[in-house]
Design a protein around this ligand. Structure first.
Ligand code: AMP
Length: 439
C-alpha cells in the first residue's frame, strides 16, 4: 500500500473537506466509491488531491442476460453489453475497466487506496461512517430486515470488493447515520411503545449523505459556520426528503422507517392517512406486496397526473392544460411548503433553506411555487436569480431575512471524504506505532 506524508494528513484536518489545496507533490489518494443496488452498481473513482471523479460508471440489470456497463466521464461515456451474472462479476468488470480500459485512469489496483460503500440502512447502530470489519458486516446484514433490497445488495458489493481488494480499507457510509441525532420526540411513532421497541420501528430517515453535504456546502457559500445556522435542507428529485438542521445537528426529517414517508415524490405517495391503507386493501382485495407496490411505484406525481413520475413530463402536460398534471404539480410544491412551515416551528426560525437534486437544482418554476406567499415569513425568492443556472448559488433577494441556496448534491464526494477521513485517522494510530504513517 502507498504511504502518506504527515503533511497530507495535517492539511486534511485543517481543510475539513476542502481538498483543493492539498500540497502538490504529496502522494495522491484515490478512493473508489461503490453504490450497489439490488440489480445495479454505480461507482466513481475520486481523486482526493484533484477533488474530482477521474472515472465513473454504472452496471445495470446485474443478474440478467441484458446487463450493461456504462463507463466514462460525461460525453465520453460508452455503453458495453457485458454479461454480469452477479455483483462479483460486476466488480471484476469495473476493476478491469479502471485498469485496462480505454483511457484507464490507473495502471494497477494498487492505485486504489480505499473503498467507500454507500449503505442505505445503518439502524441505531451507526451514527457515523465506519471502517468495515466482520462485526460491521454482521450488523448491516442484521439490518436487512429494515431495508431488504438495499442492505443485501450493498453487502454483495462490499464482499465482492473486499475479495478483489483485500489489502485496502473499506468504509461504510450510511444514509441514515446523519439522522441519529434526532431526539426521541421526532423519531418515535405514536404506536404501542412495546411494538416499536420489539420491531425497531422508528424514524431513521434517508438521503442523509446528501443533506449533510449540502448543509456543509451552503454554510461555506454563506460564509458562516454550520453551528451558527438553523437550516432546512430539501432533496427534491424523484425521491424527496427534507431535514431540519439546528446548529449543525439534524433534529427532524421527512422520511421515516422507510423512504416512503414524508413528501409527495415521483411515484411514492409520502405521508397519507394510515387508515387509507387497510381501506384500499379491503376494497381492492390487495395483498401487502400489492399495496406496497401501489404506494411506492404507482403514486406521487405519476399517480395523480397519470402522465409520468418525471416532473419535466408532468410540467409539459400541465402547460398544455392537463388538469391532473397541474394538480400533481400543485400538490408537489404544497407538500414542500408544508414541511418548511413545520420545520420553522420545530427550530423556532430558519436562517437558510437549501435545495438540491433534479428538481431542486433545475426547476425554477417549482422553486417559484414553493416559495410563493412565504414573504411574511421573511423568505423572499429573487425572480432574476431564480432564473439563472449555475453551480452553488443564493437565489433569495439581498434583503430576504432567510437565505435560499441551491447546492448541487454530491453524495459520492461525501462518501469519498468520509472514507479518506476515517482512513487517515486510522493511519494516525499507525503513526504512533511505526516509523511513519502508512496504510
Ligand atoms: P433526481 O432523482 O435527482 O435525478 O431527479 C429527477 C427529477 O428531477 C425528475 O422528476 C426530473 O424531471 C427532474 N428534473 C431534472 N432536470 C429538470 C429540469 N431541468 N426541470 C425540471 N425538472 C427537472
Amino acid at each position: 500500500m502507498r504511504r502518506f506524508s504527515p503533511a497530507t494528513i495535517n492539511e486534511w484536518i485543517q481543510l475539513t473537506g476542502e481538498v483543493n489545496n492539498l500540497e502538490r507533490g504529496v502522494q495522491l489518494l484515490n478512493v473508489l466509491v461503490i453504490n450497489a443496488g439490488s440489480s445495479s452498481l454505480k461507482y466513481q473513482l475520486v481523486s482526493i488531491e484533484r477533488n474530482k471523479a477521474i472515472a465513473k460508471g454504472l452496471c445495470e440489470r446485474v443478474g440478467s442476460k441484458q446487463s450493461t456497463h456504462k463507463h466514462g466521464l460525461d460525453e465520453n461515456e460508452v455503453v458495453i453489453d457485458t454479461y454480469l451474472p452477479d455483483h462479483r462479476a460486476a466488480i471484476d468488470c469495473v476493476l478491469d475497466t479502471l485498469v485496462n480500459g480505454d483511457d484507464a485512469p490507473i495502471r494497477s489496483l494498487n492505485e486504489i487506496d480505499a473503498v467507500g460503500h454507500r449503505i442505505v440502512q445503518g439502524g441505531s447502530y451507526f451514527d457515523h461512517s465506519v471502517i468495515i470489519d466482520d462485526d460491521v458486516i454482521e450488523k448491516i446484514d442484521e439490518l436487512s430486515e429494515l431495508a431488504p433490497l438495499h442492505n443485501k445488495a450493498a453487502l454483495s458489493g462490499v464482499r465482492a470488493c473486499m475479495d478483489a481488494m483485500p489489502d485496502v480499507p473499506h468504509v461504510a457510509v450510511f444514509d441514515t447515520s446523519f439522522f441519529q441525532s434526532l431526539p426521541p420526540k421526532a423519531y418515535m411513532y405514536p404506536l404501542p411503545y412495546e411494538l416499536c421497541k420489539k420491531y425497531h420501528i422508528r424514524k431513521y430517515g434517508a438521503h442523509g449523505t446528501s443533506h449533510r453535504y449540502i448543509a456543509r456546502r451552503a454554510a461555506r457559500l454563506l460564509d458562516e459556520s454550520l453551528e451558527d445556522l438553523k437550516m432546512i435542507t430539501c432533496h427534491l428529485g424523484n425521491g424527496c426528503s427534507m431535514a431540519a438542521i439546528d446548529h449543525g445537528a439534524a433534529v427532524d426529517t421527512s422520511m421515516g422507517l422507510t423512504p416512503l414517508d414524508g413528501l409527495m415524490m415521483g411515484s411514492r405517495c409520502g405521508s397519507i392517512d394510515p387508515a387509507i391503507v387497510p381501506f384500499i386493501m379491503d376494497h381492492e382485495h390487495l395483498t401487502t406486496d400489492q399495496v406496497n407496490e401501489l404506494m411506492n411505484k404507482q403514486s406521487g406525481l405519476l399517480g395523480i397526473s397519470g402522465v409520468s413520475n418525471d416532473l419535466r413530463s408532468v410540467r409539459n402536460e400541465a402547460e398544455k392544460g392537463n388538469e391532473r398534471a397541474l394538480l400533481a404539480y400543485d400538490m408537489y410544491s404544497n407538500s414542500v411548503k408544508k414541511y418548511i412551515g413545520q420545520y420553522i416551528a420545530v427550530m423556532a426560525g430558519v436562517d437558510a433553506i437549501v435545495l438540491t437534486a433534479g428538481v431542486g437544482e433545475n426547476c425554477q418554476k417549482m422553486r417559484r411555487m414553493i416559495f410563493s406567499g412565504l414573504q411574511p415569513l421573511g423568505i423572499v425568492l429573487d425572480e432574476e436569480k431564480n432564473r439563472q443556472r449555475g453551480f452553488e448559488r443564493i437565489i433569495s433577494t439581498d434583503d430576504s431575512h432567510v437565505r435560499i441556496c441551491v447546492i448541487p448534491t454530491n453524495e459520492e464526494y461525501m462518501i469519498a471524504h468520509d472514507t479518506y477521513d476515517l482512513v487517515h485517522k486510522n493511519s494516525q494510530i499507525m503513526v504512533c506505532s511505526q516509523d511513519g504513517p502508512s496504510l
